[in-house]
Design a protein around this ligand. Structure first.
Ligand code: URP
Ligand code: ZN
Ligand code: ZN
Ligand code: ZN
Length: 484
């Protein structure tokens, strides 16, 4: 089947121009005007609209078993909600339990994800260490298309990595040409503050942000960055929520270190006032880590995106419904951590980014797909509309509005952190792998149509890292005779 997206303005991260897009068999065949179009081609009118690469959400957790329950959104419902909102690829996480065989966990997640409607890939978390983990990392990169490993510096007593695990895993990932990623919060400090707050009788959701102040995140971000610096490996810090971690990244980048930063749509737009609500359920629905921050942090995070110190946007889509949140009704430390957003990310970022002049449409493409594709080494297959690229495309009407609500969204969660927000500029059509999966309110996703995306090791920035290693290699001093 061939498709022609006609009359739109193609927006890539590096150029914008009037062009038609011809799609054949799931890939982009041509971009331009006056194209040779085979007879029988279906034509989609994109007049007056932008035609952009489908979004890549590099941080989701579909059907994650976590904190005594399982995230309510599954790979089919979640990728469908993503497609409705213009996201056509997710990178989710395999999170083995401590001591669990890493490859077994990987295959378990691959099984769950077979129902995905759009393309997906996996970061694999390193939650413990021994020789078998070292070997499994090699197998995953060599045979299973994994090129990034995740490290939780929080969640003590569960999946937290101590520095020894970080050093071992970062070293191994560096050898393999895989990118290390971290959830940066000092889990020891979080546990200490949680105990203190509970002993003071602070058991409600307001205890959550008070147990995770921004210094806790800044410390971990800086520690991970310094460990990566010493080991000479590139580093990606997920869900930066605060000035402290942004400053750590900024300093490191200004010092020439290869550090990447992700920011969540929620952290850009929601502030910590939500935790002071007297409605327990409302406050608890915002319990995620790191927590939402005072307003000055949001302003800084936008500046971080604008300046290029932060390169990617994600959602950390990890849905828990009200009965699940109520597992922590008498103790905030037991409220499952996570919020949704995979359907809303592109919309809220366009509205608050492009409509406000913070971002150009091309910069929007950079932070919603192209940069993630480059960092995780799937560019130009993903993240650009060019001949040979996957036909993952959104047709974006800059004048169309939507008011976000849990009552109308397609995410499998009974809450929305952007409830009531009216956004202008949304996708009217989503194309995934050359198939129209969303058109003017009509959902056409197919269970299992998504493909697993292999991500090759050694993205190009590893060449630079390798040269740094050569220039700074340890050396011995030649001396005559023995020491006296
Ligand atoms: O609260 C969150 N973010 N839940 C999902 C797990 C994680 O830390 O990313
Ligand atoms: Zn996290
Ligand atoms: Zn996460
Ligand atoms: Zn209760």
């Amino acid at each position: 089947m061939t498709l022609l997206v006609k009359g739109g303005t193609v927006v890539n991260a590096d150029y914008t121009r009037q062009a038609d897009v011809l799609i054949e068999g799931g890939t982009v065949a041509a971009v331009g005007t006056g194209l040779d179009v085979p007879a029988g081609t279906e034509v989609i009118d994109a007049g007056g609209a932008y035609v952009m690469p489908g979004g890549i959400d590099p941080h989701t957790h579909m059907e994650l078993p976590f904190m005594g329950t399982v995230a309510s959104e599954d790979f089919f419902s979640g990728t469908t909600a993503g497609a409705v909102g213009g996201t056509t690829t997710i990178i989710d996480f395999v999170i083995p339990s401590p001591q669990q065989d890493i490859l077994e966990a990987y295959h378990t997640w691959r099984g769950w994800a077979e129902k995905a409607a759009t393309d997906y890939s996996f970061h694999v978390a390193i939650t413990w260490w021994d020789e078998s983990v070292r070997e499994a990392m090699g197998t995953l990169t060599r045979d299973f298309g994994v090129n990034s490993f995740k490290h939780f510096m929080a969640y003590k007593g569960a999946i937290m990595c101590d520095d020894e695990v970080l050093v071992n895993s970062f070293t191994r990932a560096g050898e393999l040409g895989a990118l290390c990623t971290v959830h940066a919060e000092n889990g020891e400090l979080v546990a200490h503050l949680q105990n203190k707050l509970i002993s003071m009788g602070i058991t409600g959701p307001e205890g959550h942000p008070q147990s995770r102040p921004s210094a806790v995140e800044g410390e971990a971000a800086d520690r991970a960055i310094r460990i990566a610096q010493v080991l000479n490996v590139p580093l990606y810090i997920v869900h930066n929520s605060c000035i402290e971690s942004l400053q750590a990244i900024t300093r490191a980048r200004n010092d020439g270190q290869r550090v990447f930063g992700e920011v969540l749509a929620g952290h850009l737009l929601v502030d910590d006032a939500v935790y002071r609500s007297t409605d327990w359920d409302y406050a608890a629905h915002h319990v995620m880590s790191p927590p939402f921050r005072p307003k000055e942090h949001q302003a800084a995070l936008w500046r971080g995106l604008q300046s290029g110190m932060l390169q990617t946007t994600a959602t950390d889509h990890c849905c828990f419904c009200t009965p699940q949140k109520r597992m922590g009704h008498n103790n905030f430390t037991r409220i499952p951590n996570g919020t949704g957003g995979v359907e809303d990310r592109m919309h809220v970022l366009w509205h608050h980014g492009v409509n406000t002049g913070r971002l150009t449409p091309s910069e929007f493409v950079a932070i919603t797909s192209a940069n993630a594709a480059k960092i995780f080494n799937i560019y130009p297959r993903k993240g650009v509309i060019a001949p040979g690229s996957d036909a993952d495309i959104v047709i974006w009407d800059p004048s169309r509005e939507r008011t976000i609500s849990k009552d109308t969204h397609h995410q499998k969660i009974d809450f929305n952190i952007f409830e009531g927000m009216t956004v202008r500029g949304i996708n009217t059509v989503t194309i995934a792998n050359g198939q129209v999966v969303w058109k003017d309110g009509d959902i056409r996703t197919v269970r299992g149509a998504g493909r697993y995306v292999d991500r090759p090791t050694f993205p190009s920035y590893f060449d630079a890292v390798r040269r740094v290693a050569e220039v700074t290699a340890p050396s011995a001093v030649e001396r005559m005779g023995a020491a006296g």
